[in-house]
Design a protein around this ligand. Structure first.
Ligand code: PLP
Length: 378
């Protein structure tokens, strides 16, 4: 780590340098055997990932979005169904129910952990039952920015309301709640290997975890065009949703350094917590959890203060980003499906949230430089 090097928001080259030789070997093995679709690396990766989070089954797929879609397809979710999900998340969470003809029902989030709010979920389920137009079918809980959602509370509500629970863990694989890694907190868990996620591939990819042998078999069928026990028996409408062997090879090399990467992200988060905590609103940790720190988001007093902070950081050579500038119910693509319920926390966060650089190859000295720049612009 070069302390005087430019500060990057993400440093995939730095990570690559730490695993260059094993990565090259993994890729060369694939180039030798030429099994580019469902080669041996895919099964090896699935078994390693299931072991990592203690899940019974792992099915790798072509992206995090496709993981969400396959999970909802397997439950037969479609027209007339309500799928509850947070308004403050990445677009893919809401896109998938709509693609299947279902209706996303937006739920507000906690103002300081940014996670889906169980009390608002209960209120929104009651709204939908009262309106009587849609059947409450599923909850997509998102583990936002690396931290876990409140899964014990969400699962209790879902069980009472007979909802299928899908954990959108695209940003948070590696995080834990009450001493258990995410991967079996819901009926199914979807993760993403988009390159900027904590465990990223060198292209698109994703995976599903479940404790159910029946669901795992359905996921395998759906990712290969709905195939049955033989390749040319088509049992159901599926999709082309497999993970490439080459991406599995990259991920196997990355898995060897994943624990170290998570520890390094936590190291940076602690520096930010310690130096910024009494001057700006730092992310509040979910009790009894660990974070994968995909994103370290601070809150400024208002939009003008955020603009000034971003300008100040830019002048100091510190990159920053905004996740998310608009809550989903305000997006042109989704506004028409929103029932008009107030989502005040999601709207407020969008105006004043801001993310600081966090990645394993950010040195202590670079993290201190980020803090200097933040404190100079408060
Ligand atoms: C990245 C992301 C996804 C989608 O994953 P892809 O692999 O890019 O399709 C879904 N949900 C959330 C919350 C994400 O951050």
């Amino acid at each position: 780590m070069n302390d005087h090097a430019p500060i990057r928001f993400l440093d995939l080259a730095g990570q690559q340098a730490r695993m260059a030789e094993p990565l090259r070997k993994r890729i060369e093995t694939v180039l030798r055997h030429c099994q580019f679709i469902l080669g041996p690396e895919v099964a090896e990766l699935e078994s390693r990932l299931a072991g990592f989070c203690g899940a019974a089954h792992c099915v790798s797929v072509s992206s995090g979005t496709d993981a969400l879609q396959i999970a909802l397809m397997a439950e037969g979710i479609g027209r007339g169904d309500a799928v509850f999900l947070p308004a403050f998340t990445y677009t893919a969470t809401a896109e998938v129910p709509l693609l299947l003809g279902a209706t996303p029902v937006f739920v507000d989030v906690h103002p300081r952990t940014f996670q889906i709010d169980p009390a608002d979920l209960e209120a929104r389920i009651a709204d939908v039952r009262r309106a009587g137009k849609l059947a409450p079918r599923a909850l997509i809980g998102v583990d936002l920015f690396g931290q876990p959602a409140d899964w014990p509370a969400l699962a209790a509500i879902a069980s009472r309301e007979h909802l299928f629970t899908l954990d959108d863990c695209a940003q948070s694989f590696g995080a834990s709640l009450h001493g258990t890694r995410l991967g079996k907190a819901a009926d199914a868990t979807a993760i993403s290997f988009f390159p900027s996620k904590p465990l990223g591939a060198y292209g698109d990819g994703g995976a599903l975890f479940t404790e159910s042998v029946e669901r795992a078999a359905l996921y395998r069928s759906l990712r290969t065009h709905g195939e049955g026990t033989t390749r040319y028996e088509v049992l159901r409408t599926g999709m082309n949703g497999r993970l490439d062997t080459l991406q599995a090879a990259v991920l196997l090399a990355k898995l060897d350094i994943f624990e170290a990467d998570l520890a390094a992200r936590e190291r940076v988060a602690r520096i930010y917590d310690a130096r910024l905590g009494n001057r700006v609103a730092i992310p509040v940790r979910v009790p009894d959890s660990t974070s994968a720190w995909a994103i370290y988001a601070i809150l400024l007093p208002d939009a003008a203060a955020r603009d000034r902070m971003q300008e100040g950081l830019k002048a100091a050579g510190v990159p920053s980003a905004i996740y998310y500038p608009k809550p989903l119910h305000r997006q042109p693509a989704y506004a028409a499906s929103h029932d008009g319920a107030a989502l005040p926390v999601s709207e407020d966060l969008a105006t004043r949230i801001m993310a600081l650089p966090i990645h394993p190859d950010l040195s202590d000295a670079q993290a201190q430089r980020v803090c200097d720049a933040v404190l100079a612009s408060v």
